[in-house]
Design a protein around this ligand. Structure first.
Ligand code: NAP
Length: 484
């Protein structure tokens, strides 16, 4: 059965950068799917804005093509597309010039929620906030949605927070980390705090270690110039892996509310210990001669930017002291796979004779592909021949367990945009959280910049540099296999 969706209140959503890649691939198709799900009220209005000189009709054609390309949803019929296109408007606007803002103001209604999605390069975020305020386009009921990256270090993140908060209240600022909009990530909280089963075991006494993996099979390809200024630490660890770590490690919040959850995440970030060079491995993919090296795309033949990082992270608090969290992320790896694996300690004493290839109990939360949750348990190896043990997965793959309901689940962007309209900030990062994450990341980056060391090469379609295996081997552990 497909869950009932409740329409949100009428709104004006302005997409600044409405003709860009993110708008085309995620935001506009996502809004269309929400309409198909019955969540957009007929009074919703979506206004695209960018420098391109399009008419509203031309913008609608642009969106029609985007829907054709990116939406596969049996609930959406062709008349639905026309209905969606009728909600769209377009305004030509250069963020730096005043005239476009004056024209944009005429599109906005006073009596509905207004939201402004900053889907442009991060260098424009501050200017947009200033222009919105200068031209009085917003009111107390307005929200702004800010894309990643939120700064490239602590000082730039602080400066951006200052620019935004000089124009808006914190409760109006929605900093997107789309990982937080993923169904499984929210399920992590449901599993931890909605069951009596796991929480008593969720600590250093029972958990041996945690592995968080975000592996991508694609390389940087067309995004080389952008990525080269960023690298895996800034692009993935500071935000996405950090959020996964926080949700796995945080204390139970008093309630499921924006500040209660974000307060707990912040405590985790503040409890992270500095990471010495011996506890991380940086890599760069290098398919020498095959035309598939990071350096072929980086537009910098001497680039020291990492396309892979693995690290051992310690959380200095009562719950987690002595239980390491191993993080790894990289591009051009063997498969696209994201998961959190909570690996439990072995029973204190075995009553069974003989040994088997024990990996131990583990709870694996898969973000992609095949979103779902697996609990690895020990059972008797079936059949005759005495009491032999083996390990099997208790598997809940959402697409199998939830059927149709899963097929129609909103994707991360859809969910987050609806949360913006509903005024729910739980799945968005607060300013102090982002700054705390940079405060932890900055010295690590500074350390390797000062060392001048080149990242270690690794083969495309591999699991990363061999030294990353040693990070766990030296602790008597091993990474889970990267596979799709
Ligand atoms: P993009 O394809 O380069 O699009 C940028 C948009 O901004 C275009 O619509 C562009 O249109 C408009 N724009 C640029 N300068 C402008 C100006 N001065 N005044 C008005 N409009 C202007 O970028 P994108 O990939 O969509 O990314 C947008 C944001 O989302 C970035 O912050 C990016 O980091 C973030 N993000 C993107 C993705 C993704 O998958 N693409 C994923 C995560 C985060 P005109 O040139 O016509 O003005």
């Amino acid at each position: 059965m497909v869950a009932q969706t409740i329409p949100v209140d009428p709104f004006d959503l302005v997409i600044l950068g409405g003709t860009g890649d993110l708008a085309r691939r995620k935001i506009l198709p996502g809004l269309f799917r929400r309409m198909c799900a019955g969540q957009l009220p007929p009074e919703a209005r979506i206004i695209g804005a960018s420098r391109s000189g399009l008419s509203t009709d031309e913008f609608r054609e642009f969106v029609r093509k985007a829907i054709g390309e990116f939406v596969k949803d049996s609930r959406c019929e062709s008349e639905g597309v026309e209905r969606f296109l009728s909600l769209l408007e377009y305004e030509q606007l250069d963020i730096f010039a005043d005239d476009g803002w004056k024209r944009l103001k005429k599109h906005l209604r006073k009596d509905v929620i207004s939201a402004f999605y900053f889907s442009v390069g991060p260098g424009l975020f501050g200017e947009i906030a200033r222009k919105l305020t200068k031209h009085k386009l917003t009111n107390d009921n307005s929200r702004i949605v800010v894309e990643k990256p939120f700064g490239r270090d602590l000082s730039s993140a602080e400066a951006l927070n200052k620019e935004l908060t000089s124009c808006f209240e914190e409760h109006q600022i929605y900093r997107i980390d789309h990982y937080l909009g993923k169904e499984t990530v929210q399920n992590l909280m449901a599993i931890r705090f909605g069951n009596a089963l796991f929480e008593p075991l969720w600590n250093a006494q029972h958990v041996d270690h945690v592995q968080i993996t975000v592996a991508e099979d694609l390389g940087v390809d067309g995004r080389g110039a952008y990525y080269n200024k960023s690298g895996a630490m800034r692009d993935m660890v500071q935000n996405h892996l950090m959020q996964l770590l926080c949700l796995t490690a945080m204390e139970p919040p008093a309630k499921y509310g924006a500040d209660a959850v974000r307060d707990e995440k912040l405590k985790i970030i503040r409890a992270l210990e500095p990471v010495p060079p011996s506890d991380y491995v940086r890599g760069q993919y290098s398919g020498e001669g095959a035309g598939d090296s990071y350096l072929d795309h980086a537009q910098d033949p001497d680039s020291r930017t990492e396309s892979y990082i693995a690290m051992r992270v310690n959380i200095a608090n009562w719950r987690w002291a002595g239980t390491p969290f191993y993080l790894r992320t990289g591009k051009r790896l063997r498969a696209r796979m994201s998961e959190i694996a909570v690996v439990f300690k072995d029973p204190p004493h075995s009553i069974f004779e003989g040994d088997f290839n024990r990996k131990g109990n583990a709870l694996i939360i898969r973000l992609q592909p095949d979103e779902g949750i697996t609990l690895r348990v020990t059972i008797k190896d079936p059949g005759p021949g005495g009491m032999r043990l083996t390990e099997v997965p208790l598997d809940m793959t959402f697409s199998e367990a939830l059927g149709d309901q899963f097929a129609f689940l909103p994707d991360a962007y859809e969910r987050l945009i609806m949360d913006v309209i509903r005024g729910n900030q739980t799945l968005f990062m607060r300013g102090d959280e982002v700054e705390a994450a940079w405060r932890w990341v900055d010295p690590i980056i500074k350390g390797w910049q000062e060392s001048g060391k080149q990242p270690l090469p690794y083969d495309p379609s591999s699991s990363g540099p061999d030294d990353a295996l040693m990070l766990l081997h030296r602790d008597g552990r091993r990474w889970r296999e990267i596979k799709s």
